[in-house]
Design a protein around this ligand. Structure first.
Ligand code: NIG
Ligand code: FE
Length: 421
């Protein structure tokens, strides 16, 4: 029996479905494209927000009936891929920190800049002073910029407010963009400027986050995850544990900033919490990685931040060898990674972090969706959410080959088509 479809993308030179399973280890099999589920002269048929058929164009056309007024697009030389998934961003921000970047390229360190009132504190000041409209417009523009590279799902953290009412506002604004955004509560991003510099202020902030602020976030219902900056310039394991454990009991799963500058045991903390992900991981021990593998915690690696800060790239090959699932994300933020281009992160993954191109595709699609608990995204399959990217690439191998990021000619998000040409 034929199924109805109101959008048909057909005659794509190549469709990449991620329908297979990536091997879990470092075997040479990682270079075998079989898990990508490639289809030549392929098509994807969509009814409302779901995919109803995927396959060779001729087969798909035989299996669907187009509804009156249906949209049909001949894709031709471009690729169809799952809508890309960016699993770590701080993209709800206003204001530029180009001045700080300039200082950094002259040799100033992250901690030094933060101590001078730059860094996260500068973005906190800007966000607190911005209207809802200004924030929503800034986030909307950024989501569109990301979609121009094929990204249809974006995790967005709070953490530039650091005060209960404003953290709630941030989460609500992120949520108001619809379910292309996955909001994460990052109260433990930094001590707010007004409480900085005293032990007492720091302790009071930690208690507020673990108590009143967390209660309000859970009651508000806008956050899907909780994050904390478990690092030398951030917070210790002992400081983060109370908020994260309470959040877990209240139903909020963790995804943590771990080891961007220093290994303070964040990977083990993520594992003990059953966290969805531990992110950054420029500095992490084998024990930490083994604990993550055993607890099924995905490593979300952020080459844009390492690149901007002039750090060595996190070693994705070593993580895969130890059995850790690897996703790649932009870390889009005004301080350490002013980046909208998720495919570029995949290029870093292959050129500088030891991933195969096959692994890199999974890292920006299925694996990224998995660590956001979005099992119906990141793959092109019947029944999955209709999130598709039409990418200006001649084929899957070209992802790390083109310099810069491939453009999306169009995206489909929950069935809604946007053309970017
Ligand atoms: O992921 N390390 C903490 N958070 C961000 C930086 C945020 C900022 O500098 O505004 C990161 O790199
Ligand atoms: Fe981050």
């Amino acid at each position: 029996m034929r199924v109805a479809a109101n959008l048909l993308l057909r005659h794509a030179r190549e469709v990449l479905t991620c329908s297979g399973k990536l091997p879990t280890s470092a075997a040479r099999a990682d270079f075998d494209p079989a898990p990508l589920g490639l289809i030549e002269d392929g098509a994807v048929a969509i009814a409302d927000d779901r995919i109803v058929a995927v396959g060779r164009t001729a087969e798909v056309e035989r299996s669907v009936t187009l509804t009156p007024g249906a949209t049909v697009i001949d894709v031709g030389d471009a690729m169809l891929t799952p809508g890309l998934v960016d699993a770590h961003t701080h993209s709800l921000f206003v204001g530029s920190r180009a001045g700080e970047f300039s200082l950094r390229v002259q040799g100033a360190g992250y901690a030094e800049i933060a101590a001078k009132g730059g860094g996260i504190a500068a973005s906190v000041k800007a966000l607190r002073g911005a209207t809802d409209e200004a924030l929503r417009a800034a986030l909307g523009r950024r989501l569109d910029a990301m979609a121009r590279f094929g990204t249809t799902t974006v995790e967005v953290k709070s953490g530039y407010a650091l005060e209960t009412a404003q953290e709630l506002r941030s989460l609500k604004l992120a949520r108001s963009m619809g379910d292309r955004v996955v909001p994460t509560f990052l109260g433990l991003h930094a001590v707010p400027p007004e409480l900085r510099g005293t032990e007492d202020g720091r302790a009071r902030y930690l208690a507020t986050v673990a108590g009143r602020m967390l209660d309000a976030v859970v009651a508000g219902g806008d956050a899907r995850f909780i994050d904390a900056y478990v690092d030398g310039p951030g917070f210790s394991v002992a400081e983060c544990a109370p908020a994260l454990e309470r959040a877990k009991a209240l139903g909020l799963r963790a995804r943590l900033h771990v080891g961007q500058f220093e290994d303070v045991g964040g990977a083990q903390l993520a594992a003990s919490l059953g966290a969805a992900s531990a992110d950054h991981l420029e500095h992490v021990s084998d024990e930490g990685l083994r604990a993550m593998a055993a607890a099924d915690v995905t490593a979300v690696l952020l080459p844009g931040a390492a690149f901007s800060l002039g750090q060595a790239m996190p070693d994705a090959r070593r993580m895969r060898a130890l059995g850790v699932a690897v996703a790649l994300a932009t870390d889009c933020n005004p301080g350490t990674s002013h980046c909208d281009a998720l495919p570029w992160m995949a290029a870093f993954g292959v050129r500088q972090m030891g991933l195969s191109t096959v692994e890199a595709w999974f890292a920006i699609t299925a694996t990224a969706a998995g660590c956001l608990d979005l099992s119906d995204r990141g793959r092109l399959a019947v029944g999955a959410r209709a999130d598709v990217a039409v990418l200006d690439l001649p084929g899957w191998e070209a992802l790390p080959y083109v310099l810069g990021s491939p453009r999306a000619l169009a995206t489909v998000t929950a069935g809604a088509l946007r053309r970017w040409e």
